[in-house]
Write a protein that binds this ligand. Sequence first.
Ligand code: GDP
Ligand code: IMO
Ligand code: MG
Length: 429
Amino acid sequence: MPISIIIGAQWGDEGKGRVVDWLASSADIVARYAGGDNAGHTVALEGEVYKLHLLPSGVLHDQVISVMGNGMVINPVNLVREIKALRAMGIEITPQNLIISSRAHIITPAHIALDAATESALGDAKIGTTLRGIGPAYLDKSGRAGIRTGDMLLDVEVFAERLISAIEATQDSLRQQGMEALDARAAAMSYLEAVDFLRGFIQDASIYLHEALTDGARVVCEGAQGTLLDIDHGSYPFVTSSSPTAGGALTGLGVGPLRVDRVLGVAKAFSTRVGGGPMPTELEGEVAKRLRGSGENFWDEFGTTTGRPRRCGWLDGVMLRYATMVNGFSELMLTKMDILSGFDELKLATAYEIDGLRSDHPPVTNEQLERATALYETLPGWTEDISGCRTFAQLPTAAQHYVQRVSALCGVPINMISVGPERDQLVQR
Ligand code: GDP
Ligand code: IMO
Ligand code: MG
């Protein structure tokens, strides 16, 4: 601290929410910096399972102020629904403990319609988005045509007219893609109640953070999505439209790099991906089934936001080393180690072979990545249930060896290993 950045090191769903919840106990502020309700972060606490899409995963801690940064794209209606659902579970969320940046962008009903239209036009080549309007909202942001959360502070009629114009501006694109045009007025009106509800939460979050940091606040920046979904560094075009990587935390919150003293990469002990795009270590068959789980447990590999089964495979050390490089991780954490119990042996990809040539780094083009064959190292498995382990020494030797090998491959320490979804199911070194 003062600033720790927590980043998904793979294709999302690494367990960021549970780690942020853990770190939040010794933080003053937890701030989301990218993405929107495409994210689904799970926090399991004393039998209750919280699934957060927009709110930072610190909301469950009384002393934490939650910040939603300018790098986010926010669907106001879904945010109000999430706040009310948590309030119904006894979690207090007020303008005193939640701050929404006035510079974040708003996801409009037109963005959601366009997301569906674009995906449907792509046919088999679709990205497999979460259909939350994320891509079209960021497109309007970079095209300088977006509506910002700060605009929600305008006179309600002025805001409504702005929203109607923004929706009208997309009608042609919708028609061109064979979709029905929206009733812009009705769509805009459906937002006004949420806009009214959220007004009191909106302020300049960068100034708030700057002042809090000056007063000595400890800030945890919560990444959404993952490094391999990053618009610049991910497996383009099968990526999201924001910057989940370390640089995105700085621009997505308006804080400077010299405040950061920890960049923690969160990686699942195996690989998962939801949506389209290449995945060199993807498996079919029994091993994949075991990694995925049956769907009976909330931690099984089915999307938190969309419910889609996640594609599963062995840990991809090539991608993990790359993620360590582009983010400058100071350390890595491994989650879901308990799921690896019971395999005779484990495989870890340490290089790729592409067109007969060995490569230690992921290739740039999607086509090359599709042709990449993972080259594996085989490590011994373990049979013990490790979900009760709390120290590194309690882990079976083979599990310790697995952690040490991943750490050596990436060149950074691994000091936290999670062995179950509950807050305290954590091994710390
Ligand atoms: P996020 O998007 O990175 O926050 O991750 P998700 O919440 O989408 O997916 C991670 C899933 O794994 C959630 O259901 C978590 O409860 C679960 N989980 C996290 N850590 C562990 C762990 O160590 N063991 C097990 N079994 N489940 C875990
Ligand atoms: P968390 O924060 C996993 C994936 C989608 C799709 C691609 C683009 O829970 O880790 P989008 O709707 O963003 O335009 O979809 O990105 N994706 C995620 N996959 N976890 C996420 O978030 C994701 N957010 C987006 O499946 O492949
Ligand atoms: Mg998730």
